[in-house]
Design a protein around this ligand. Structure first.
Ligand code: CAO
Length: 427
């Protein structure tokens, strides 16, 4: 009769009560030595626990979602006697391979080989030049199973750079392949990322209680776009102040009339009108750089986006052909688009095609800030909260309502002189 052997969780470092996110086998399955049995996941890494023996799973003692520690019973395996001798000789290696957040010793010492397939598909110099080198500290923290780690190492891929499509963002073998393909075909930015200094990685839980919350879908989309804009565009921010005392008087006079038609007339509608006039005066602000950076694409339409703060995160609805709309119509669209934005009901189309963006924090507070350009646009106007200030009027100080404005622009397209001409015009 075949001998039954208990398979237990090996030494997994300091971790206890680690969640099983995947059970890779079922009772009756035949397994070979090193075949993955379960996948464990900590907040730092995920790891497969391989079978130290070859045989048939007689009984599985765990299920997905269970929590285990070192020594927890995983399964009873009817050992394949022929393979048993060989397996018994290597249990320590199996256990060590699975130590979390640690590079397997044999992998650490050997330099990462370059991918055979990659070198065949492209000149070696290009591969070496585009695949960023593996960073051992962050590689160890990548969210991937040991087999995927091994695969990535064989290809020379720094796993931490690969976007995972598995459960909880786990990197799968196909993700690694897609990453290499994207780099080789020039669709992914290898060198730009490679040149950036690494951010420090801190184990926050070491210093107190923490709670990890996944980012919202909107934030996951907007974050990389903001980063791309920040990294690709040389931003300059020009600050200025507009005296809106007269404007505010006019707004108060029109407010009732607007309310009667269900429109809330805020200072933002006036600011947008002013921006449209400024864009007509300075068309470069309504343009985009061509993809090769060699020309400027002037748009004959003026679609103005505005940043809206929603429970899901930042979105930018666009008022189409804003230059063909009057103050009240702009105010009405502002209200409608922002309430639909807060309800998460905007279509993708309603957030595309903008030529210039206004980001107003005036309803909340603050003065000046440095808004990030909504690429491929070339400028964005930040609006702070208007406040009364004493302003010298020739014979004495008078209280005037002052609106802080911050214009960020792409310095590849707009010079400082043009930037300040634009804000002066707005003011
Ligand atoms: N100065 C003083 N008061 C202002 C003001 C300003 N610049 N702008 C608005 N206000 C007042 C409004 O008049 C209104 O007051 P009343 O209710 O008394 O009339 C109040 O502040 C609230 O205005 P609002 O925020 O409802 O309306 P809005 O048209 O100014 O803004 C919207 C609409 C969608 C832009 C805004 O709700 C919003 O989401 N702002 C945040 C945008 C943001 O997050 N930008 C940063 C992007 S980068 O992370």
């Amino acid at each position: 009769m075949a001998q039954q052997q208990e398979i237990r969780v090996p030494d997994i470092g300091d971790f206890e009560n680690v969640e099983i996110v995947e059970v890779l086998v079922k009772a009756g399955d035949t397994v070979s030595v090193e075949a993955g049995l379960i996948t464990l996941e900590t907040d730092k890494a995920s790891m497969d626990v391989p079978s130290p023996v070859a045989g048939r799973i007689a009984e599985l003692k765990v299920s997905k979602g269970d929590r285990v520690s070192r020594g927890s019973l995983i399964a009873l395996v009817e050992v394949d006697e022929k393979a048993a001798g060989a397996a018994r000789a290597t249990p320590a290696r199996s256990a060590r391979r699975e130590a979390p957040a640690q590079t397997p010793p044999q992998e650490k010492s050997s330099p990462a080989p370059r991918p055979a397939a990659a070198t065949a598909a492209a000149p070696p110099a290009r591969v070496a030049g585009t695949l960023p080198p593996i960073d051992e500290t962050t590689f160890a923290r990548a969210h991937a199973s040991p087999s995927v780690r091994k695969f990535a190492r064989e290809l020379g891929v720094d796993l931490i750079r690969v976007k995972g499509s598995g459960a909880k963002g786990r990197v799968l073998q196909d993700d690694v392949k897609a990453y290499v393909k994207a780099i080789l075909t020039g669709q992914a930015a290898g060198p730009a990322g490679a040149g950036l200094p690494k951010m420090p990685v801190v184990d926050f839980a070491k210093y107190g209680e923490i709670e990890v919350k996944p980012l919202s879908r909107v934030r996951k989309i907007s974050g990389p776009r903001l980063l791309a804009s920040w990294l690709n565009i040389p931003h300059v921010t020009q600050h200025d102040e507009a005296d809106i005392t007269a404007l505010e008087k006019q707004r108060q006079a029109l407010k009732k009339e607007a309310e009667a038609t269900g429109v809330k007339l805020t200072p933002l509608a006036f600011v947008m009108r002013a921006c449209i006039l400024a864009l007509q005066e300075f068309p470069d602000f309504n343009a985009s750089l061509s993809e090769d950076g060699a020309s400027l694409v002037h748009k004959k339409y003026r679609h103005i986006g505005f940043a809206a703060d929603t429970p899901q995160g930042l979105v930018v609805p666009v008022i189409r052909d804003a230059d063909k709309k009057g103050l009240m119509e702009i105010a009405r669209e502002l209200g409608e688009l922002s309430s639909r934005a807060r309800e998460g009901k905007l279509s993708g189309e309603e957030m595309r095609g903008g030529t210039f963006t206004v980001s107003s924090l005036g309803g909340i507070g603050g003065t000046f800030f440095t808004p990030i350009i909504n690429a491929p646009e070339v400028a964005i106007l930040g609006v702070g909260r208007a406040a009364h200030q004493p302003v010298w009027q020739g014979k004495g100080f008078e209280p005037r309502l002052i609106l802080p404005l911050s214009l960020s622009y792409d310095h590849r397209v707009i010079d400082g002189a043009t930037g300040v001409r634009f804000t002066s015009f707005l003011v």
